[in-house]
Design a protein around this ligand. Structure first.
Ligand SMILES: Nc1ncnc2c1ncn2[C@@H]1O[C@H](COP(=O)(O)OP(=O)(O)OP(=O)(O)O)[C@@H](O)[C@H]1O
Length: 651
């Protein structure tokens, strides 16, 4: 079976728990729920899960690898774990992350798996009325979250090739609502929307076209124009003013503009407009679909969001957008494509998959868009992008328009990106390349590794029901922190690359709706996600890459709204970021704590920020200067793919 033949679910820590735990693995609902005394609600469930770390720790791991009586054993250990987990041994859960021996590790394991298992059950959210279902196992989502066994139920089936127990993905996302209210639902632009007009814009390259000042000047066709109004757009943002005219003039573009400033519409509108002018219409009658547009983005949720935007703007036209991404039934996606496809959105792996299956022809591609282009082209993912542009039928760069967008553009990536563009491409920089959105208040808090959890709790307790994204570095940590907050009665959900797609989409839906106002996330949610009313971002763990910091805090303060980002700075772990942080904060006119300046000084032995900040100019790397990336050398030298933590599934 070739690698594209059928996708399998990523090995999920949550799912491991589900499978191994037996009770959770049962096919019948009553087994899942019954289980008998696996924890009743918040307190009990959580405590149970952590018991394995107690004096049973010699068996703690084993219990998960067995069934039947061992499960009972696990349940029987309930009640003591909490003391280890969150009470007495405050450090152990973190130590366990790195350690391979000793009591702490077992304790952590007990917690970790329990916690991950907990992610399914709902013990924390639904409290005592969940009865046996909860345990910590179910953790933090709640009673409505379905349990999907790893094999044999309606939702999964074994692979044909007999490839072990790995199930075929058969998840099909819910049908999208067709009513206009849903399609055009949007949040209001904020008080600072007009300030966008004050941002300096630099377009470099030969003969840039004149920017448009209004949507009327874009001369969009009637349906498109109405859709723009229904979306609540009154006037274009700077990246739209310039981007729309550049793309409409047929030029290749590398565009850099701050997070939340409307880059998606900047490429969608002129592309759709051109398709309309050309009278493009999807045909259901050809077996191979030949889209005119291919849009690629690095994560599933982001590409789905771009698809929804495309669907919104194309509403009532003959242009049919389709989306493909990992974690969803390939068969379903291929059927969607075969119903007609002009504009294909995809994550790279799944895109290459459907192309490789011969279901999509590329010879008609006129627009190739790479959103989050720096991430798409960084060191880890460059080969996939090269594979895409050299796929059979894909027009050469001379014969297509290639468009790249991001809020960050390290210089080395800019240079590589140029390989994908015509030599006369335009470089559009709105504001400072790689700069943070100035509508986000940035607060740095110096913490120790072991005080983070309490600080987080204090913080979320003061923010009440305001929507908050909490970024952590690892998937395990995401589950752990989500479970911890749930135990503290803060309704929380989580998103990371080990959660199944159904769970990821549910988590986002719960966060969007406010049902779970706290979303704990890894970097998988750092880029592009546009979720209304996210007032806060917390960097529980700072990323090891300043560009990721910029993207993460950009989940708030979008479209002229204000937001707040609180970052926990652990001097033992984060000093390599100090200088870049000082630069980012200063550029965004934020207060720079003196301890951070000192830390930056200590880690580099110089106060030479002004030198380093020469790189602040909005710069096209062709100008022969440093680009506007803020990365200091220490960070820059890290392979970008590694800096993405462990979380980008890339398909
Ligand atoms: N001209 C406009 N008027 C009003 N709202 C707009 C306008 N342009 C975009 N928006 C809205 O602003 C929000 C942010 O837009 P978008 O997601 O395209 O930002 P972005 O620049 O791609 O951000 P990121 O860098 O995080 O990916 C969206 O909700 C979008 O609908």
């Amino acid at each position: 079976m070739d690698e594209w033949d059928e996708e399998t679910t990523p090995t999920s820590s949550i799912s491991i728990g589900v499978t191994e735990g037996g009770t959770w693995n049962a096919d019948r609902g009553e087994n899942r729920r019954g289980g008998g005394g696996r924890g009743r609600g918040r307190g009990g469930g959580f405590r149970n899960s952590f018991t394995s770390g107690g004096d049973e720790n010699a068996n703690g791991g084993d219990s998960w690898n067995n069934t039947g009586g061992e499960r009972g054993g696990f349940r029987g250990r309930g009640g003591r774990g909490r003391a280890r987990g969150f009470g007495g041994e405050d450090r152990s859960e973190f130590d366990g992350d790195n350690s391979n021996n000793g009591v702490r590790e077992n304790g952590f394991r007990g917690r970790g798996r329990g916690g991950e298992r907990g992610g399914r059950g709902g013990g924390f959210r639904q409290g005592g009325d969940q009865g046996g279902r909860g345990g910590f196992g179910g953790g933090y989502r709640g009673r409505d979250e379905e349990i999907f066994p790893r094999g044999g139920d309606k939702d999964t089936e074994k692979k044909d090739g007999g490839d072990g127990d790995r199930p075929r993905i058969t998840y099909v996302p819910p049908t999208l609502p067709e009513d206009e209210d849903s399609i055009f639902s949007h949040y209001e632009s904020g008080i600072n929307f007009d300030k966008y007009d004050d941002i300096l814009v630099d377009v470099s390259g030969t003969n840039p076209p004149q920017a448009i000042m209004t949507f009327e000047e874009a001369a969009l066709c009637e349906t498109l124009s109405k859709n723009v109004s229904k979306s609540g757009y009154v006037k274009p943002t700077p990246v739209q003013k310039h981007g729309i005219s550049i793309i409409s003039a047929g030029r290749d573009l590398m565009a850099c503009a701050q997070t939340g400033s409307g880059k998606t519409a900047a490429f969608l509108l002129p592309i759709l407009q051109q398709l309309m002018v050309d009278g493009v219409a999807a045909s259901q009658f050809s077996e191979i679909q030949e889209p005119e547009v291919v849009i690629v983005a690095p994560t599933r949720e982001l590409i789905n969001q771009i698809f929804l935007e495309a669907r919104k703007f194309a509403h009532g036209t003959c242009v049919r957008p389709v989306v493909v991404y990992g974690g969803v039934s390939t068969g379903y996606q291929i059927r969607e494509i075969s119903r007609g496809c002009n504009l294909l959105c995809g994550t790279p792996g799944r895109l290459l998959d459907v192309i490789g299956r011969g279901k999509v022809g590329l010879s008609k591609v006129r627009y190739l868009v790479l959103d989050e282009a720096d991430r798409m082209l960084d060191m880890g993912f460059e080969p996939d992008m090269r594979r895409l542009v050299t796929s059979p039928g894909m027009p050469s760069k001379e014969n297509r328009q290639t468009l790249m967008f991001s809020a960050t553009y390290p210089e080395d990536i800019q240079k590589m990106a140029a390989d994908f563009l015509k030599s006369d491409y335009l470089f559009l920089a709105v504001g400072v390349v790689g700069g943070a959105c100035s509508d986000v208040e940035q607060i740095l808090k110096q913490v120790t590794r072991f005080s983070k959890r309490e600080q987080l709790l204090d913080l979320v307790k003061t923010t009440g029901s305001e929507r908050t994204m909490v970024f952590v570095e690892t998937k395990r940590q995401a589950d752990f922190i989500a479970a911890f907050l749930c135990q503290e009665e803060v309704p929380t959900t989580s998103i990371h690359g080990d959660r199944e797609q159904r769970e990821r989409e549910m988590a986002l839906a719960d966060f969007r709706s406010g049902r779970c106002p706290i979303l704990v996330a890894t970097s998988v949610a750092a880029r592009g996600l546009d979720i209304p009313d996210v007032q806060h971002v917390v960097n529980f763990d700072l990323p090891n890459n300043i560009d990721d910091y910029v993207h993460r805090i950009g989940r708030t303060g979008r479209c002229g709204n204000t937001g707040r980002a609180v970052s926990f700075y652990d001097p033992d772990a984060d000093s390599q970021l100090a200088r870049s942080l000082v630069a980012i904060l200063s550029q965004a006119q934020q207060e720079v704590p003196s301890w951070l300046e000192e830390s930056a000084f200590r880690s580099h032995g110089t106060t030479g920020f002004s030198n380093a900040r020469k790189t602040f100019a909005s710069t096209d790397s062709r100008k022969g200067q440093h680009s506007g990336s803020f990365q200091d050398d220490a960070v820059k030298n890290q392979p970008a793919a590694q800096t993405a933590a462990d979380d980008e599934e890339w398909e």
